[in-house]
Design a protein around this ligand. Sequence first.
Ligand SMILES: [Zn+2]
Length: 196
Amino acid sequence: MPNFRHRLSASQRRIYDRSDAISSIPLKVSPRLARAVNLLPVALSGQYEDAAEHRRKVNKVAQVICDEICLALRVSSPKVKVKGVRPIQDADEYHGLYVSEGHSHEITVWMYTAKRRQVVAPRTMLRTLLHEVLHHLDYTALKLEESFHSGGFFKRESSLVHQLERAARKFARGRGDERGRQSAALALRSGRATAR
Ligand SMILES: [Zn+2]
């Protein structure tokens, strides 16, 4: 974004360049976080009594994802609000928003697309949430005075998405193995062991 950078003051440029130089946020993914990443598509595609219940379920999972990342990095966690249809402003469809005022930090993500009012795809939802969490981490974990959409910022976003997806897959495989072992043990006990 060279054009954008030229419009910045000297002190802002220093912040921008620091932001640009950091390409990843190494994270120890807790089992609770890996589980929540797997639960996000489940919550989005589930059947619910009504839209409010649907939104609450998605909100709960999104909050756990945000909390666990912040806990791992030892920073305060913002309040996550999942809202309905994405607002449109100046032809731009809002996916998410991060607002920080004093000690209050808040992330908003919307769960329905503006035009077709469809539930946002799970991967888009995850990426949007992580994008907003990364704005928070810029201020808190990285101690940047401003949070820019630098090249480094988008690299951090991709790196975080991939780390979480990898951990979530590994977690799901582990649970699959665990279930396999349990059913094998049960089969043995009931004398129905079969070679697999
Ligand atoms: Zn942003």
